[in-house]
Design a protein around this ligand. Sequence first.
Ligand SMILES: Cc1cc2nc3c(=O)[nH]c(=O)nc-3n(C[C@H](O)[C@H](O)[C@H](O)COP(=O)(O)OP(=O)(O)OC[C@H]3O[C@@H](n4cnc5c(N)ncnc54)[C@H](O)[C@@H]3O)c2cc1C
Ligand SMILES: NC(=O)c1ccc[n+]([C@@H]2O[C@H](COP(=O)([O-])OP(=O)(O)OC[C@H]3O[C@@H](n4cnc5c(N)ncnc54)[C@H](O)[C@@H]3O)[C@@H](O)[C@H]2O)c1
Length: 481
Amino acid sequence: MSKPLEFDICVIGAGAAGLSIAAGASQLGARTALIEAGEMGGDCLNVGCVPSKALLAAAKAAHSGAEAAKFGITYTKPEVDFAGVMAHVKDVIAGIAPVDSQERFEGLGVTVIREWARFVDKDRVVAGEQEITAKRFVIATGSKPMVPPIEGLADVPFLTNETLFDLQEQPEHLIVMGGGPIGCELSQAFARLGTQVSIVEMASLLPKDDPEAADVVRQSLRKDGVFLHEGAKVTRVSSPVESPFKNGGVTVEVERQDGATEQLQGSHLLVAAGRTPSIQGLDLEKAGVEFHRAGVKVDAGLRTSNRKIYAVGDVAGGPQFTHVASYHASLFIRSFLFRLPARTDYSALPWVTYSDPELAHVGLTEKMADDQGLTVQVLRWPFAENDRAQSERQTAGLLKAITTPKGRILGCTIVGAHAGEAIYPWVLALHKKLSVKDMVGMIAPYPTFGEVTKRATGSYYTPKLFSERTKWLVRLLLKLG
Ligand SMILES: Cc1cc2nc3c(=O)[nH]c(=O)nc-3n(C[C@H](O)[C@H](O)[C@H](O)COP(=O)(O)OP(=O)(O)OC[C@H]3O[C@@H](n4cnc5c(N)ncnc54)[C@H](O)[C@@H]3O)c2cc1C
Ligand SMILES: NC(=O)c1ccc[n+]([C@@H]2O[C@H](COP(=O)([O-])OP(=O)(O)OC[C@H]3O[C@@H](n4cnc5c(N)ncnc54)[C@H](O)[C@@H]3O)[C@@H](O)[C@H]2O)c1
């Protein structure tokens, strides 16, 4: 073992969370080490957000011919060169990779160590043959696909987000276990590229989102030809004796909520059934760091049970998004480098599922408000009443905002074209604790999809504005001349 290296901050994991901390800390003059056992950039760049959105973009291109028919334009059926699509996905990753690269971080003054890290005691980490001490350690080791203990699953080949983007041959029939954001996004992408897709979801599609909004995504997936098995759980998986698929395929046994069972035959199985924290092999016990099934236990300041060690990003067991990883990084910098108070607050945390149409959310849903016993008002505006949506033939969707009776904004869900962009003013509204009256007076450019915000907030005042009382007042004023 070589002489220990000493740092102010030692970050384990070079994903979205670890990279943001290392970049910020080194530029602020802290001696920073960054340890990464796998690819620089972690899940988001290599097997998560970036490849999934690149695949969705290719799928959108494949689908554009079908969409064009609405405008009186006919394309011949698209030919999908699957290897070409996957080369595009890899090319997008390669285009972004330099920003997350070892060279860039070394250029920023970070000591990058490409080894597996583990704790040896409360103050020391070993990475390969190198011992490291630091004023603070940050666990930013992310998460991995959760593979449920389902009979037969370990004995058949299956895909996860870690292997899917390496496919070179297009699956004939992809069975997707899990109808969360990963399941929905990837199912739509493969369906539009010409694969037959079946989703098996034991609850309902996108169960964390507003059901009315999730239903718009459900209808769109159905239109794309995706077979949906909701309220159906995968209970057994096996290799079929005989199969119509050239790779041998897979048999998936499904149990419905009423107890009925069914067998599905597919060429490939994608497991998208949730995530598990990457804590194996870190020897957290030796560092006195407590953890549970969801991840490393942290307080509101992201400190673990060892006050010198923080946990950030997916491994911290909270919401699992790249923007949360960056938010955690900023809180760590604030807390350790500036000694300022830093507490996680997810009340204005947005998320977007990049299906077509997109589903974007921030704050409370109607159900969350109901569960909290809050009396709320629901403001809604359908995309069908938006002129831009009509012109572009993208009328599926709605905006649904949740306010207090006095108009304070508590949450918003938008499902529809460009919902991920249209949610921005609502994120600001939640962040700044705004009311409907703060938003309603703004002039919205016409015709934009974003006008749904203006119309929904306007609807809060409609009953008062066109009431008998207001009419009486207007008549009175008119009499004055
Ligand atoms: C298919 C998919 C699509 C997604 N799409 C989106 C999206 O559109 N938008 C969004 O906001 N989020 C999305 N996410 C979630 C997002 O990818 C994660 O929230 C984010 O990557 C978490 O970042 P992280 O830094 O916490 O962890 P990771 O990115 O997982 O990075 C952790 C790193 O730590 C390394 N590591 C682990 N253990 C050790 C060790 N002992 N020693 C050294 N290194 C170690 C790993 O190799 C890894 O590189 C998606 C996820 C998936 C799977
Ligand atoms: N656009 C985005 O921001 C985006 C995209 C993809 C992933 N992510 C992140 O990654 C996380 C993980 O995504 P995910 O979709 O894997 O997880 P998830 O936990 O959101 O969804 C998994 C789904 O699998 C179902 N399931 C589990 N076991 C099952 C079984 N045996 N049979 C049938 N269904 C089963 C669950 O009911 C659940 O709905 C997300 O929560 C999100 O934080 C974000």
